[in-house]
Design a binder for this molecule. Sequence first.
Ligand code: ADP
Ligand code: ASP
Ligand code: MG
Length: 421
Amino acid sequence: MRRIIVQKFGGTSVADTEKIKNVAKIVIKEKNNGNNVVVVVSAMGHTTDHLVKMAKELSKTPSGREMDMLLSTGEGISIALLTMAIQAQGYDAVSFNATQAGIYTENVHTKARILKINTEKLQHNLNEGKIIVVAGFQGVTEDGEITTLGRGGSDTSAVALAAALNAERCDIYTDVEGVYTTDPRVVPKASKLKEISYEEMLELAHAGAGVLHPRSVETAKLNNVALRVRSSFKTDDMGTLILGVDKMEIDKPVTGVAADLTQARIVVCDVPDVPGQAAKIFSKLAQENISVDMIIQSYARKVSNTNDIAFTIDSADIDKTEETLNKLKETLHCGEIQINSDIAKVSIVGAGMIDRPGIASAMFETLARLGVNIKMISTSEIKISCLVDKTDANKAVQALHDEFELASDVIADVKGDLPPQ
Ligand code: ADP
Ligand code: ASP
Ligand code: MG
């Protein structure tokens, strides 16, 4: 039986028809290697950002269903154009949207999880020798509603397809040559990693390293998918392999630094110090499908017997969070609700920090030397995150990258322009 290779191409890689022709060449080369090829594509260039912008011009809180109807159109354009480009080279290819490809998700709009993939039709078309081009980022519910997987979700579509089809490999082609020690657009001397563990990549992705959608790494880890990040523009470079931790040597305590500039901090002030208050807040937010990241509850103040409960959310959820908390205000008997989106989360990640004391203090000292104020701190076994002012994020990343000796002598080759903030 032929091996199946899943290839995913992001927005920059399919930004115009010349770039789509380049992608067609990469796909055909893999087909000519004797493999079955399933291609997953994102929307062209900044299409999704433009669609989001238009929606926000019409409504502050557009309905999730209509957002999914709108955003899923972007990938629909790229699959048809790429398939035409492949056919124009004399190869048999067919495009499928998520409904046609059988990518089923839970019934949740704008950040649905994939539940199962019906591979029958895909297998049938592969057996006929066709190259299959699938729309990333989108899914369908059991009752035919269109969903999307969250921004950057095409990576997850690709890995889920690779898992369902038992693919040999999943190659994520993008505008940089692999996973670096930090975003090479922020630190041009970031070093390219030859390999990184699933665990560290998962933490980096959650910490804001936009190169991979966090759920794609989770899915790859769970299903043991061989995952590679590589460049669409320098295809002889094998990029970065993401693999199980036992397969690699750990030398440095810190593997990478990341910043997430898309978070907002919410503080619910003066919450009476009685049982059940945190449960009320966070269960209501969960019901509204709002994910919460860092959480801090202050010590109860003796005089007023109240706490402040602070947490971070994705900025895209600010309006929904504000609406939800305002409705809760009376039941909580709390004070004001503060919202601040001028913040960023800066993180260091490394499996090598386990059982090595002094890493957190080195991070805090580095930020102190820069005069950067830390607003919140959270840790996991292999990650330390600090919430700082947004304007301090890039200099903090630079300094931490230097402090943990992650720089290389080579300037990274980065294609495409920065996405609008
Ligand atoms: P695509 O459209 O191909 O999915 P993305 O823009 O989603 O591409 O992801 C690639 C971008 O991720 C790079 O251009 C880079 O700026 C950013 N990035 C952030 N952190 C890292 C990192 N640690 N390594 C590589 N790229 C990173
Ligand atoms: N087009 C979607 C986005 O911009 C999905 C993706 O690119 O992965 O978020
Ligand atoms: Mg992406």
